[in-house]
Design a protein. Structure first.
Length: 324
């Protein structure tokens, strides 16, 4: 049996201490990140989070030992399973331990984003487009543009790019011609940083796409879902919590239209005043009278803006009722 070195024991103790102390683990990508960037990130996160680098085989063994030891918690077992299932401990990644909100950590990492040139053999992390315009380069250097099929012309003794040209897409490998041209144009198109790939938070793993979800995104999807449910309920004639207010509002519009046509006055919801205002054209713009109660929502007033002569067309307006 190979002996375990003191260095490995110390590393295991440190990793176990971090896993006991912090509830959230961020798996961060470290490709092309400079050592100075790492130092700056560690310094700014001091007291908030700790970054742990190391061999993945050793990290996997430590995680596995925690999951199989006597008295292991369900959280340790689940963490080990997720690391295996999602291959979290692979590649050039680090583990960032924290109890802070992830949004606070993201702000720190984004603040240490460094601009870098496109080097030969590098994988493009983003699309690179060369903008149209004068390059200031001499006509003798048009061969660089021809190699990349970039349309040019000679203007005032210099090379001018006629139209925008994408030279790299996400995932492309930078070749010699592209790297040389970008360098001559003094373009550094890439940005590198400590980048979050996934997050373990008390038994749940969030992907990189999940982290981009905002409260506004959730609210928009929620409203779209309610609108779809309401439309289906109205179309099928099945009352639901979402459609009943709209159905009541549509029914009230019909009653108001009938009242105007038949000279019948009703007292509910101040119907007499609504009828008089509708006939006098005072409901323009959809503003509901102050006396109208909340039971009418704000849809009845909108329906009542039509003149009396157009009342038969109220059936065509059956649907959302202006609620959404």
């Amino acid at each position: 049996m190979p002996s375990i070195t003191e260095e490995k024991r110390e590393y295991e103790e440190r990793m176990n201490r971090l896993m006991d102390k912090f509830s959230t683990v961020l798996f961060v990508k470290m490709d092309n990140v400079r050592s100075q960037q790492v130092h700056d990130v560690r310094r700014e996160l001091r007291g908030k989070a700790e970054l742990l680098m190391g061999k993945k085989t050793l990290q996997k063994k430590i995680v596995e030992n925690r999951a199989t030891r006597s008295g292991a918690s369900k959280n340790d077992a689940a963490f080990n399973d997720k690391c295996d299932e999602l291959a979290l401990l692979t590649g050039n990644t680090g583990m960032l331990f924290t109890n802070e909100p992830v949004s606070n950590i993201i702000k720190v990492l984004d603040a240490h984003r460094v601009k870098a040139p496109a080097r030969v053999g590098a994988i493009a992390p983003c699309d690179v487009v060369i903008q149209a315009g004068n390059t200031g380069m001499e006509p003798t250097q048009t061969s660089f543009f021809q190699a990349l099929n970039i349309p040019t012309k000679i203007a005032k003794g210099t090379v001018e790019i006629i139209s925008d040209k994408k030279v790299l897409s996400v995932g492309d490998k930078v070749d010699n011609s592209t790297a040389a041209l970008l360098q001559k144009l003094n373009i550094s198109p890439f940005f590198y940083q400590v980048e979050i790939q996934s997050v373990w938070d008390r038994g749940v793993v969030f992907t990189r796409a999940d982290l981009s979800t905002t409260d506004e995104t959730i609210e928009k999807l929620f409203i779209e879902g309610i609108s779809t449910l309401n439309a289906m309920s109205m179309g099928a004639g099945v009352p639901t919590a979402a459609s009943v207010p709209v159905m009541i509002a549509d029914a009230f519009k019909s009653l108001l239209a009938v009242s105007i046509e038949t000279e019948y006055e009703f007292s509910e919801f101040n119907g007499a005043k609504l009828r008089a205002d509708a006939k006098a054209g005072k409901l323009g713009g959809g503003a509901a009278p102050a006396a109208t109660t909340a039971a009418t929502t704000h849809a009845p007033a909108k329906a009542a803006e039509a003149p009396a002569a157009e009342a038969p067309e109220e059936e065509d307006d059956f649907g959302m009722g202006g609620l959404f």
